[in-house]
Structure formats: structure tokens, C-alpha cells
Write a protein that binds this ligand. Sequence first.
Ligand SMILES: C[S@@+](CC[C@H](N)C(=O)[O-])C[C@H]1O[C@@H](n2cnc3c(N)ncnc32)[C@H](O)[C@@H]1O
Length: 285
Amino acid sequence: MELKDADDHTITTSSSSSPSSCSSSSADQQMTTTSHHHFGNPSENSEAFSISIIESMKEEYGLFVWPCSVVLAEYVWQQRSRFSGVSVIELGAGTSLPGLVAAKVGSDVTLTDDSNRPEVLANMKSVSDLNNLNCKVMGLTWGMWDATIFSIHQNVILGADVLYDTSGFDDLFATVTFLLQNSPGSVFITTYHNRSGHHLIEFLMVKWGLKCTKLLDGFSFMPSYKASGLSGNIQLAEIVLNSEEWGLKCTKLLDGFSFMPSYKASGLSGNIQLAEIVLNSEEVR
Ligand SMILES: C[S@@+](CC[C@H](N)C(=O)[O-])C[C@H]1O[C@@H](n2cnc3c(N)ncnc32)[C@H](O)[C@@H]1O
């Protein structure tokens, strides 16, 4: 079945008689739609393209194109010259529209979401394939430090509607701050619903040594045919480290056995280290 939504996007609803291109059980297929998102006008712009997204109504979060994602994807398209040839990681990507647009305009893209949600990660791979893109897909849970995060070196971090649950804000900011520190000069571009109107995000930026270099009303750059299908107070922020010097530093690092009396050391094993850690720079606070 084909429907048109308020933005003139075609929505193809799969059913048992019209299976979707996503491999899933028939029960899952009935809950699956493929939406099409257009960037640029093909009659005016040879670079114009569209991206197809597999959405699942079964999921509470993640397998749905949230409005923040539409706004961030449009921003990437409008800023496409900046995204050509750079390395991009999308956090909490879900259906991944911004990351897929970045890949389409020439970024090397890694799509990530919660490691504990294999169905979301599998859908990310499916949408990358569906659009003939070669995005990497990996689990990256905010506030968790497995080996893979140390090897990520991006120019741009994207995050659409990743600031929606205040209990997860610190974990998200911890991961973003780590990634920004691991790739000096990089930037976090995020769109979020300012649902409560409070200033928690500004407070957390100060807490994590980050600063906002650009803050836009999400509707200020949206074409009217897309904006009319969206609602809410959506903001776009570009966030960087407040100072490359900010952070923590280690003032002492000792082999744990170097100072243990031998009668105690003999009962212990392993590679135990002791670190003394302080703020790298007090004055920027
Ligand atoms: C509101 S959805 C936004 C999805 C997508 N970015 C969009 O705008 O359409 C939030 C996303 O964050 C992911 N997420 C939530 N908590 C997470 C965590 N602790 N680590 C990584 N991803 C997380 C969810 O799986 C979901 O895909």
C-alpha cells in the first residue's frame, strides 16, 4: 500500500501481499514501512537524491524517523560541501537518516546505536544497503568504554534526538567529550527538542568542558514543505571542546607492585596500576 504523508513523502506500507525489502518475519513486516526522504529538487539540482528508510512501528524508539532526524539530515544536505571527504560518526542513529545523507554527500560514515539493541543495529545495516551506501555499523552505548571506542577518529559527530531522557544525558556527554578529545578539532552537531525549556543542556556543556559555537532554530533553515510536517521546539547546536587543554591529567602513574611490601605482593597477581588524576586546567572553569 502506498500513502503520502504531510511532507509529500511516499510511505510504502508493507503487508503480507506486498512484502518490504527488509528481511523480517511476516508479523514484523506488517509493522514495517519504507519512507522516502528527498534532498534538493532534481529538476534544479543535479546533486539531488532521496534516501529510503525502513521504519518499524513495533519499536518504542529507534526504528522511527524522529523529527530531529529530518532537521539534522536537511542541515547535512545544505552543508554538504563541508561533509565531503570527512569522517562522520552518528550516535543513537536509529533509522540513521542524517548519517545516510552524510554518506551520500561523500563522508566516510559509521552508524552507531546502543550495543544492547541488535534489531536497531541490523536495521542500520539494512538501510545502508538499501541506499547502496557503505556505512560501517557498530554498537556504541553511551558511557561504556569498550576497545572499539578508542579507535574512533571522526571529524564530525552527529546526534539527532539523543537528548530526550535526562537520566542518560551524562552518559551521552561523557561519550561525546571523549570522542571530541580523541579527535582534536572535531565537532558534535545535534538536534534536540527543547521540551521543557530548561537550561540543563547549557549546564552540562559547562560541566563537561564543552561550548556551543552555533545554535539555530531547527525551522530557520527547513524548506517550508518539510517544516509544515514537523512541530515542536527543535534546536540545532554545534558543540566543541571549550579548550583542547581541558580535561583530566595523570600526575602520577605507578606499578602497583612497586611500593607493596613483598609479604603483601606475594598474595596478589595481575597488572595493577595506581594513578593520581587532577583537572588539566582549573582556570577554564
Ligand atoms: C529518540 S531515538 C532517536 C533516533 C534517531 N536518531 C532519530 O532521530 O530518528 C534515540 C536513539 O538513541 C538510542 N539510545 C538510547 N540510549 C542509548 C545509549 N545509552 N547508548 C546508545 N544509544 C542509545 C536509541 O536506541 C535510539 O535509537
